[in-house]
Design a protein around this ligand. Sequence first.
Ligand SMILES: NC(=O)c1ccc[n+]([C@@H]2O[C@H](COP(=O)([O-])OP(=O)(O)OC[C@H]3O[C@@H](n4cnc5c(N)ncnc54)[C@H](O)[C@@H]3O)[C@@H](O)[C@H]2O)c1
Length: 333
Amino acid sequence: MAALLVTGGAGYVGSHTVRELLERDEHVVILDDLSAGHVVAAGGAEIVRADLAGPNIARSLDEVLGRESFDAVLHFGAKAYVGESVEDPEKYYRNNVGGGLELISAMVRHGVPALIFSSTCATYGNPERVPIAEDHPQRPINPYGRTKLVFEWALQDFEVARGIRHVNLRYFNACGAHERGDLGEDHRPENHLIPIACEAAMGKRAHLSIFGDDYDTPDGTCIRDYIHVQDLAVAHVQALEHLRGGGASASFNLGTGMGHSVLEVIDAVERVSGKEVPREVAPRRSGDPPRLVATSEKIRRVFGWEPRFPSLERIVETAWAFKEHFPDGYPND
Ligand SMILES: NC(=O)c1ccc[n+]([C@@H]2O[C@H](COP(=O)([O-])OP(=O)(O)OC[C@H]3O[C@@H](n4cnc5c(N)ncnc54)[C@H](O)[C@@H]3O)[C@@H](O)[C@H]2O)c1
């Protein structure tokens, strides 16, 4: 069986997808610089430690891709903090665009025919219409979103010139943890609402900041589409089957189609944990649209994808179980 290269496979979404692939007896090689990943999350898969934006990346990729046959790349490896991207755009263009181009060039050199890309709802910018469909205009409003959109364009152009087929999976808010409780979200610093709310409930943070409570939404707080990380992982497997079966390049939103406000998430964390989440209202963050919700009709229709974890309560239960398992994050980093 041909191997799969998974960039960023030691990170949050990548590690859950690696587990899903290993459980299907796929042969996985991870390429990760461990800038944000965790060795223990890799599930025993081989990790080639290399920086996509580093000076020796072409050699590292040649060494990996040259030693056996690969039939696809799953590309999670990227920088993913919106605020940081505004302060340090060079880091984002070097990693997310430059690093991505190194990867595509190596795929061309070694005849790897397909790539699955972790894209984002941030490529849509401020939505003109909600729920957001895949044909919604893509006008990102920060460098992070722009680097992801540029890479989507690069994939389109390399398909025409070099025949590499691809699937862009535009995630909305990835969340939750593996149902077994031993794999989950451990970003340092953490910037996602559910783990932050769990940490506040555990007393590991003084409070959670609610960025604006005067939006035009029913309770005044922002509404997002929370998609469980195992549902994301399964979508990657389906995208892989699609490309292996000769399917055409395509882009898909990945959300549940349901929106939850910040206050609804906090309530769910309080219910699941049985603890209070101390909170403070802070000013709005610039570039935070009031409502970001996907329509996931296309991926349901084309791949038959269905979320196994559509309920916010269940999502929070998995996140809380992981936090209880590793209150200080993954060990031995
Ligand atoms: N988490 C979300 O809600 C979300 C939403 C939309 C899109 N995405 C995208 O999904 C992907 C995974 O997100 P995540 O939350 O798992 O992030 P993460 O930070 O947990 O994982 C990213 C992984 O990539 C690795 N990496 C980063 N830069 C690298 C480089 N230059 N070379 C090699 N490895 C590198 C990190 O060490 C880490 O293991 C990212 O591309 C992100 O932009 C995430």
